[in-house]
Design a protein around this ligand. Structure first.
Ligand code: KIV
Length: 304
């Protein structure tokens, strides 16, 4: 284990002493490595992968096997950040036993260090049992996307006094069951503050205002890569979607014009463009002059 790995006790302590917890979703090793290098504390393999990776309208069809697959990729890349796997819809709700089994599979098959599940009071026993077998649990209250149909869409929760009381009770039940942190999603900022002050474990907000003990965003949202929709709670810190389109447009133009690949990106000597014309190759042999390349090492390292 890497010495500076972020662990549960450190995250718990952040509630008292700060700094705020920084969490970001991740789904693959390449991006996870970059997010980890940026110093995030938690990499969450969210079931949001159904929407941002698989292109689905909800998270509901995502399977435990799919989450485990993405967890393995992220866990390979995470040097410092805690790796948390999201239990997908119907992998845990039906019984505490199923919840323990599903959480155990994410630990054994996905190499995660904690699991997250959605729901409050009705999931408290499930959380308690998972914690009992030694797996840290991150709770999730407020807007819980796996209940999208019951909520009538992805809507802000806790707008009425009874709904606020329910969310507060949910958070307290998760804390009592042993959850080490709680995601609070899609609630008015004032309720985010009340939940945060009502529990002794850190809250991690997403669309829950500035008072939570940390914040989480979907990586593609914060990088400006996902969709045209701009939910109010998302701040885009880059416009990588536009940058990707621009880069690939340039690549396409250079391929079509013949500007790419140039000699700098080819092995051995490259014949003049005129020698590449079909008329110069009446026998149909390859127009590429090979120059005996010996490896695919980066230009400059070898036989560029
Ligand atoms: O699935 C997910 O990515 C999440 C976070 C947005 C909290 O649950």
């Amino acid at each position: 284990m890497v010495e500076s790995k972020v662990l549960v006790p450190e995250l718990r302590a952040r509630k008292r002493s700060g700094p705020k917890i920084v969490a970001v979703t991740a789904y693959d090793a390449t991006l996870a490595r970059l997010l980890d290098a940026a110093g995030v504390d938690v990499l969450l393999i969210g079931d949001s992968l159904g929407m941002v990776v698989q292109g689905l309208p909800t998270t509901l069809p995502v399977t435990l096997e799919e989450v485990a697959y993405h967890c393995r990729a992220v866990a390979r890349a995470a040097r410092r950040a805690q790796v948390v796997g999201d239990l997908p819809f119907m992998s845990y709700q039906t019984s505490p036993e199923r919840a323990v089994e599903a959480a155990g599979r994410l630990v054994k098959e996905g190499n995660v260090e904690a699991v997250k599940l959605e729901g409050g009071l009705p999931m408290a026993e499930h959380v308690r049992r998972i914690v009992e077998v030694g797996i840290p649990v991150m709770g999730h209250v407020g807007l819980t996307p796996q209940s999208v149909h019951a909520m009538g869409g992805f809507r802000v929760q806790g707008k009425t006094a009874p709904a606020q009381d329910r969310i507060l009770a949910d958070a307290r039940a998760l804390e009592a069951a042993g959850a080490y942190s709680i995601v609070v999603e899609g609630v008015p900022a004032e309720l985010g503050r009340r939940v945060t002050e009502s529990v002794s474990v850190p809250t991690i907000g997403i669309g829950a205002g500035p008072h939570c003990d940390g914040q989480v965003l979907v990586c593609y949202d914060l990088l400006g890569m996902y969709g045209d929709l701009r939910p109010k709670f998302v701040k885009r810190y880059a416009e990588l979607g536009a940058a990707v389109v621009q880069a690939v447009e340039t690549f396409a133009a250079e391929v079509r014009s013949g500007a790419f690949p140039s000699a700098a990106h080819s092995f051995g000597p490259v014949a003049e463009p005129s020698a590449l014309a079909p008329a110069a190759e009446p026998t149909g042999s390859s127009p590429i002059v090979t120059g005996e390349p010996t490896s695919f090492a980066p230009a400059g390292d070898d036989d560029a």
